[in-house]
Design a binder for this molecule. Sequence first.
Ligand code: HEC
Ligand code: HEC
Ligand code: HEC
Ligand code: HEC
Ligand code: HEC
Length: 263
Amino acid sequence: MKTLGAFLIAAMLASLPGALAAQPPADIVCVQCHGRQTGRTGEPVALWRQSIHAENGIGCNGCHGGDPNDADNAMSPARGFIGVPAESAIPAVCGKCHVGVMNDYLSSAHGKALGGGGPTCVTCHGNHKVLRASLDLINEKDCSRCHGFERARIIRDAMQKTEGSIVAIDRRISRYKNEGADVERIEKGLFALRNRFHTLFHDQDVEKVWKEAVRIDGELGKIEAVLGEMNETRRQRKIVGAFAVGGALLAALLFHLLRKSYD
Ligand code: HEC
Ligand code: HEC
Ligand code: HEC
Ligand code: HEC
Ligand code: HEC
């Protein structure tokens, strides 16, 4: 029975390609051929497989160009292959898809130092094993390679507190949602705030981070107030519910006693 169930589920999954889980583009010719190589040209494959890009269907050609379906012409410049991007070209390669981040980066102190000792996207995120970003990327070891950690620490501290509030509110909304509360509006509100918050970093503008963090904290406070009201009605409903259950039990008991006294 168990194996039949597993078989049916497997058959269902197979008939819904990409609908339930994003398929890693493991079958493109770049991965097939480079996956058989060792050293400099083979290593990127294993790293890329663990990346958020593989998870979201972005293959080698997403960054390097080329034709992922034609082994003979895969690395032909006529098919858009650009080879290994030079350091100064990296922001534009990533920026094809991450346009907003690229623009913030280019106008920042880091972008202005591109080619002159400033970090590129891959200095902080890596090139092949790119993972979901978080504030953990701002750490003493990585950020004090080129300058002191002090300015980085100020940005990190300003963002850490707000990040903590966002995570806590998100958990609370999920809990209310599981109890059947209508949280759609505040959920959307939080989503928008979170997106705005996560665009702050690449400017490297300490003042701006402070100002925005204060504004976003204010907005988060409003969401917390709405959640507070919901909590109150939820509590009252529980009391009313308890009375209703108690009343029903009492009625049942009375009914039972009445019937008994007739017997
Ligand atoms: C049939 C095998 C094969 C296929 C298919 C293939 N490659 Fe390659 N690739 C190689 C070999 C061999 C090298 C190393 C020799 C060279 O540079 O030509 C290489 C080198 C590279 C390099 C490094 C170039 C350099 O200048 O150091 C990149 C980047 C690359 N491939 C990306 C891709 C991408 C992206 C695809 C798919 C669109 C792809 N490859 C498809 C065999 C392949
Ligand atoms: C998210 C963008 C991205 C993806 C996806 C990606 N690469 Fe790269 N790759 C780069 C960048 C950027 C460099 C330049 C490295 C640097 O300067 O750090 C690079 C460098 C390379 C090199 C040269 C390595 C060296 O040490 O000389 C090879 C080979 C390569 N990539 C192959 C691949 C293959 C094969 C895939 C797919 C399995 C792939 N890349 C997927 C961005 C990417
Ligand atoms: C062909 C499009 C494409 C290119 C080119 C590309 N990315 Fe991505 N990237 C994506 C997609 C799609 C996702 C997953 C969806 C998302 O979270 O935005 C993603 C996710 C990410 C994330 C995680 C985002 C998060 O929410 O935490 C980082 C970091 C990232 N990419 C960095 C890079 C870097 C660095 C480069 C260049 C070396 C690059 N990307 C090149 C499409 C691309
Ligand atoms: C100095 C280090 C550094 C550099 C340079 C850098 N990033 Fe980031 N990136 C971070 C950190 C730290 C975060 C996490 C910020 C947060 O959690 O709010 C992040 C977050 C991201 C995200 C997810 C957040 C979002 O807004 O979608 C993407 C995508 C991303 N970076 C792409 C890039 C690209 C593309 C470049 C180059 C144009 C780049 N990064 C350059 C450190 C860096
Ligand atoms: C590869 C070298 C390098 C790395 C790594 C690096 N930076 Fe920078 N950073 C620079 C350069 C170059 C400048 C511009 C010159 C200066 O202000 O010192 C700069 C400037 C800054 C500034 C000042 C911006 C301003 O306008 O005052 C901040 C803040 C900053 N970096 C934060 C970070 C953080 C956070 C990290 C780690 C996630 C980091 N940096 C990693 C090279 C680097």
